[in-house]
Design a protein around this ligand. Structure first.
Ligand code: ADP
Ligand code: MG
Length: 245
């Protein structure tokens, strides 16, 4: 299989969580290819396996069976240390609940991934400051997360996800804790990042958020139910049409 040009290839992946003597089939035989620079949305009801899929794509977890390739590398062939290194270099995560460390300033929060990557202190400070400027928080550097609004916290967590310049951003319900207007602002930021060439994958419950993407994958009970892709009609408008997964 030529896997090089694709960001992700999921090839028949399944994930089973074992809790005592109960097996939970979170994903069943998912196959999905994501191109470099793509903007993909994943929709599905609660419990359908969206976060599990994101965690596997983000190298936070491994499939029980099947293969997940990240830029051509089968993640099951990598050690935990190699996986952590790839994750830190290639992938930025944005979570619904922001996952910022409450005792630290947002500047220190955004410096964290650079600390893990071994970037020297002065450069850490410079790059974190610049990135917080890009997301519109230049005047909030020393604030703690609790001193910021929900939208500002999500901007800080996007800065943390971007600061290592990863080519891939994974966002799990990034607007779930935000009001509509603030959610729109955050989605505008993702659109800008995608226009700059970043690959973006967003999990969402909301149709309007998903429609920012160029392809929508619907999952249910751990399976891909159907896939829609943006279609341009002759009058210049856009609609959505079902395609083969
Ligand atoms: P979603 O993000 O779509 O709500 P999840 O991927 O979180 O769905 O969960 C899919 C299924 O796997 C659910 O039935 C959930 O209870 C189960 N699950 C998720 N994570 C774990 C875990 N760490 N241990 C056991 N079961 C889990
Ligand atoms: Mg989830």
């Amino acid at each position: 299989m030529n896997t090089g040009a694709k960001v992700f290839i999921a090839d028949g992946i399944s994930k089973v969580y074992t809790m005592g003597d109960i097996n939970v089939h979170a994903l069943r035989d998912i196959s999905l290819t994501i191109e470099s620079g793509e903007y993909l949305a994943i929709m599905g009801p609660s419990g359908s396996g969206k976060s599990t899929l994101m965690h596997i794509m983000g190298c936070l977890d491994r499939p029980t069976s099947g293969s997940m390739y990240l830029r051509g590398q089968d993640i099951n062939s990598l050690s935990d240390a190699e996986l952590a290194e790839i994750r830190n270099a290639e992938i930025g995560f944005v979570f619904q609940n922001f996952n910022l460390l409450p005792s630290m300033s947002i500047l220190a929060n955004v410096e964290m991934p650079l600390l893990y990557a071994g970037v020297p202190a002065r450069e850490r400070r410079m790059r974190a400051t610049t990135t917080l400027g890009i997301v519109g928080l230049a005047d909030r550097l020393q604030h703690k997360p609790s001193e910021l609004s929900g939208g500002q916290r999500q901007r800080a967590s996007i800065a943390r996800a971007m600061v290592n310049r990863p080519a891939i951003l994974l966002a799990d319900e990034p607007t779930g804790n935000l009001d509509t207007a603030t959610g729109e602002e955050i989605m505008g930021l993702f659109a800008e990042l995608n226009a700059k060439g970043n690959t973006i994958i967003v999990v969402t419950h909301e149709r309007a958020v998903a429609e920012r993407a160029s392809r929508i994958v619907h999952i249910r009970d751990g399976c891909i139910e159907h896939v829609e892709t943006r279609a341009h009609d002759k009058s210049g408008g856009t609609g959505w049409e079902a395609v083969e997964g």
